[in-house]
Ligand binder design. Structure first.
Ligand SMILES: *Cc1c(COP(=O)(O)O)cnc(C)c1O
Length: 229
C-alpha cells in the first residue's frame, strides 16, 4: 500500500472511531482531502485510494489543476475567495466553504445565474474572533444569512469554521460546539430559502473532536499527504 493510501486508511479509522464514540453514523461524515501544494500524482494516488472530494484554498491552484486531473471528484473551495475571482471557479466547484461578505454573496449569485446553476455555499464563522482569520462573528451570522437567503443562484447550505491552532485539540472543542449550537439555533428559526445541512469543521489536528461535536464535512491535508513544505 502507498503511504498516502495507508494514511488515508488511518484517517478513516479515526473518523469511524470518533463518530462511534458519540453514537453518530460515520457514513454521514464526508472527508475532503485538502490538496493545496500537493501535486497531481499524489492527488491521483489519493483518488485511487478512495478520495472523492478534494479541497483547495486558492483559486489559482484550482484553475491550474482542474484541467489536468480528469477525475470525477468534487472540488471544494475552502479558502478565502476574492470577489473578482468567483468567475474562475463558479463552473468548477461543488461547494464554497468561505462565504464571508455580502459583496461576495452577490457576485456568486450573479455568476451562478449566468452559468445556469445554483451554487451551494457555507457561511464562514470566525467563532474565536481571531484577527488572522476570515469569517463573520457569531453575533453577525443570523442577520447576514437573512440578508443573502433570497439571492437567486446561491444556496446557503451550512456553516464552516476554522478553530484556533492549539496544542491540545480539546481546546478547540468549545469552538466547534459553539458553531453546532449556532447551526441548531438557526435551524430552529426555519429561515426560508436556506438549508443548514453542513457543518464544515475539523482539520488534521482537531478533526476527531470536531466529529464528536457534529462536523459532517472535515477538511484534512497533512494527515493524508504529509507536512506541507
Ligand atoms: C489547509 C487547510 C486545511 C487542512 O489543514 P491540515 O492541517 O493540513 O489538515 C483545512 N481547511 C482549510 C481552510 C485549510 O486552508
Amino acid at each position: 500500500m502507498s503511504q498516502i493510501a495507508a494514511n488515508l486508511a488511518e484517517v478513516k479509522k479515526k473518523i469511524i472511531a470518533s463518530a462511534e464514540r458519540v453514537g453518530r453514523d460515520p457514513a454521514e461524515i464526508k472527508l475532503i482531502a485538502v490538496t493545496k501544494t500537493v501535486g497531481i500524482p499524489q492527488m491521483l494516488e489519493a483518488i485511487e485510494a478512495g478520495v472523492t472530494a478534494i479541497g483547495e484554498n486558492r483559486v489559482q491552484e484550482i484553475n491550474r489543476k482542474f484541467p489536468e486531473l480528469h477525475k470525477p471528484v468534487e472540488w471544494h473551495l475552502i479558502g478565502h475567495l476574492q470577489t473578482n475571482k468567483v468567475k474562475y471557479i463558479i463552473d468548477k466547484v461543488a461547494l464554497i466553504h468561505s462565504l464571508d461578505s455580502l459583496s461576495l454573496a452577490e457576485e456568486i449569485s450573479k455568476r451562478a445565474r449566468q452559468a445556469g446553476k445554483e451554487m451551494p455555499v457555507l457561511v464562514q464563522v470566525n467563532v474565536a474572533e481571531e484577527e488572522s482569520k476570515h469569517g463573520l462573528k457569531l453575533g453577525e451570522t443570523e442577520a447576514f444569512i437573512r440578508n443573502v437567503a433570497n439571492l437567486d443562484g446561491l444556496r446557503i447550505s451550512g456553516l464552516m469554521t476554522m478553530a484556533p491552532l492549539v496544542e491540545d485539540p480539546e481546546e478547540a472543542r468549545p469552538v466547534f460546539r459553539r458553531l453546532r449550537l449556532l447551526s441548531e439555533e438557526l435551524r430552529a428559526k426555519a429561515i426560508p430559502g436556506i438549508e443548514l445541512r453542513y457543518l464544515s469543521m475539523g482539520m488534521t489536528n482537531d478533526f476527531e473532536v470536531a466529529i464528536e461535536e457534529g462536523a459532517n464535512l472535515i477538511r484534512i491535508g497533512t494527515a493524508i499527504f504529509g507536512a506541507r513544505s
